[in-house]
Design a protein around this ligand. Structure first.
Ligand SMILES: [Zn+2]
Length: 271
């Protein structure tokens, strides 16, 4: 069997955050990631940025970017991938090397994740600060992962006023969205905005100016309704885009055009 997803309409889709290097794309859908990516790129999906979460995962994302013209990558150490006792100086040197690759367009995903209380908060914060210092030095935008840590993420970012970037799968407050936008940041929404229990987030979406909003899958995670709980892929972003457009009160083509232009600008992609 082959990957048989078919979009219902023509839209310019830019997936700003995905993990096609994930093992689940090697096995769970027949044909695996190459068949899926080839199919998606022949449909609505114009670009996909795979987000690095460790040195090894960042290398995998770069390998996909080298294989596909329409794939780009970020490189960074995710807060759940930092380990006490890892040689942080050596890792920063490796990261610096990966960030020099022409298809790596941001440093990420980095940030804080207090969901499981592990790794310890202090360890996560040290790695977050070191990577923000590297972004400042290299003048690179960052991709932020923030789960249940909004206050500490914002406090730390205030110490690096010249670093900006994208908040991925945004889940913080309207006030935080407003502050970030005022400081030049972009906000990316995932399939979570289609969830029935996401009423608070739904109110925040249209408060983000149309020249700062982006959308993403976080595939294989966070599939939008009506595929919630299933394995996610960039084709399903149509549902996220329809919901976002509805929240803005504009048509989905117009919403996608804005999100697409913003994403190209943010990742430095010139057509
Ligand atoms: Zn992610």
């Amino acid at each position: 069997m082959i990957f048989d997803f078919q979009p219902t309409r023509e839209l310019p889709i830019f997936d700003t955050h995905a993990h096609y290097n994930d093992d689940r794309f090697a096995t769970e859908i027949d044909g695996g990631r190459d068949e899926i990516l080839a199919a998606l790129f022949s449909q609505n999906v114009k670009y996909i940025v795979n987000a690095g979460t460790s040195i090894e995962a960042s290398r995998e994302c770069i390998a996909i970017a080298e294989k596909y013209k329409q794939a780009y990558a970020t490189a960074g150490i995710h807060p759940e991938d930092v380990r006490h006792g890892n040689d942080i100086d050596k890792t920063m040197d490796e990261l610096r090397e990966l960030l020099s690759h022409p298809k790596v367009r941001a440093l990420g995903e980095i940030g804080l994740d207090y969901h499981y209380e592990e790794p310890p908060r202090e360890v996560q914060q040290v790695w977050f600060r070191r990577q923000l210092e590297l972004a400042r030095e290299l003048k690179m935008p960052v991709v932020i992962h923030d789960r249940d840590a909004h206050g500490d993420v914002m406090d730390i970012l205030r110490d690096y006023p010249d670093v900006t970037g994208e908040f991925h799968s945004f889940s913080a407050s309207g006030e935080i969205a407003r502050q970030l936008v005022n400081r030049g940041w972009y906000i990316s929404f995932s399939g979570v905005i289609t969830f029935k229990n996401a009423a608070r987030l739904a109110e925040i979406v249209p408060s983000v100016p149309l020249d700062r909003v982006m959308i993403e899958t976080d595939a294989p995670y966070l599939a939008p309704v009506p595929y919630r709980g299933k394995m996610n892929h960039s084709g399903l972003m149509e549902y996220t885009a329809v919901r976002a457009a509805e929240l803005y009160g504009i048509n989905v083509e117009e919403f996608c055009r804005h999100a697409y232009e913003n994403s190209c600008r943010f990742f430095g992609i010139k057509e």
